[in-house]
Design a protein around this ligand. Sequence first.
Ligand SMILES: NC(=O)c1ccc[n+]([C@@H]2O[C@H](COP(=O)([O-])OP(=O)(O)OC[C@H]3O[C@@H](n4cnc5c(N)ncnc54)[C@H](OP(=O)(O)O)[C@@H]3O)[C@@H](O)[C@H]2O)c1
Length: 325
Amino acid sequence: MSHESEKIMKILITTPTGNIGRRVLVELLAPEFSVRVITRNPLRLPEEIREQVEIVRGSADDAATLRRALDGVEALFWCVPTESLQTVNVRNHYERFARAGSEAIREAGTPRIVTISAGGKGLARNAGSISGLHTMEEILNESGAAIRHLRCGVFMENFLLQAQQICEQGILCYPMPGHVAIPMVAVADIADVALRWLARRDWAGIMGVAVHGPEDLSYNQAAAIIELVLERPVRYREMPADGYVRNLVRSGASVHYARSLAARFAELRRGITRAEPRTPESTTPTSLTTWTESEMLHIAESLSSQSELVGSHHPSYGMKNFSRL
Ligand SMILES: NC(=O)c1ccc[n+]([C@@H]2O[C@H](COP(=O)([O-])OP(=O)(O)OC[C@H]3O[C@@H](n4cnc5c(N)ncnc54)[C@H](OP(=O)(O)O)[C@@H]3O)[C@@H](O)[C@H]2O)c1
């Protein structure tokens, strides 16, 4: 073994309590890595993890904090947190983080970065967060680092935002036709791909890496799979975009945010994910059946037992309870 490969690798993780970041973090708690995290609230990390990592407190959209956090770091896991419902400019959200990141990475001379991005690069035009992520890629490409942008399919975890509606009304709905198939991927698979790149020292240059899940699925097919696993009727209903926007705004979203989500679905419907053709390398193992068994079934069971307790008096959630993603 060369001296270089024996050296402990220092890795900085952003969003260490996020969907992907927390999975990446636990896997890196091994003797060959030294893990640093950047977080606004260290108390959100489990105590046993806090004891094993270095913590830089602050926001990942602040270049000075990031610069400090990147000191001596060989590899950076870069994930821009999901924008909030109140965001008034989605593209700015991604640009703000990316500009701070790019400046800090350049100053620190960080050698390698693995980012969380989205599919559709080159085809997406005005696709809300997807376009924000593509702008992020371009800004980070100026940082001087070697980069792998993980261009992910739609997260299966988005279904959790509709779990209550699925269980109580048997309906899954988005502003998208039920027959259009898109890549759907479990965040655990994305974390695995990120880990493989983070742990290696033998790559250079800048590349997109598609992360597609096991197969493209339409929302009709997804509803049928969820129905089978949950053993209760689940039907997909396409929602008109303007109704979707109205409901989001009624539930507290900014008009801009609501429109950006509708635009994202319109672009997915247009087939932007064709930009990264499926390959054996982009195909990851966790099926929607397996994901539903491990991530949604227990929620459905606990919702059922709650509604049995409340009997027939449980509230009707109506369309207010639809998902934002
Ligand atoms: N949903 C999809 O279908 C999909 C598809 C493709 C790509 N993506 C992209 O994937 C990314 C989200 O990944 P994810 O779901 O793993 O992340 P996530 O769960 O949204 O990350 C949330 C974490 O970010 C941290 N955070 C929030 N603001 C922060 C700040 N200013 N500074 C530092 N940390 C901050 C929060 O931790 P603290 O509060 O503790 O700081 C929180 O735990 C987004 O960029 C999204 O566009 C999503």
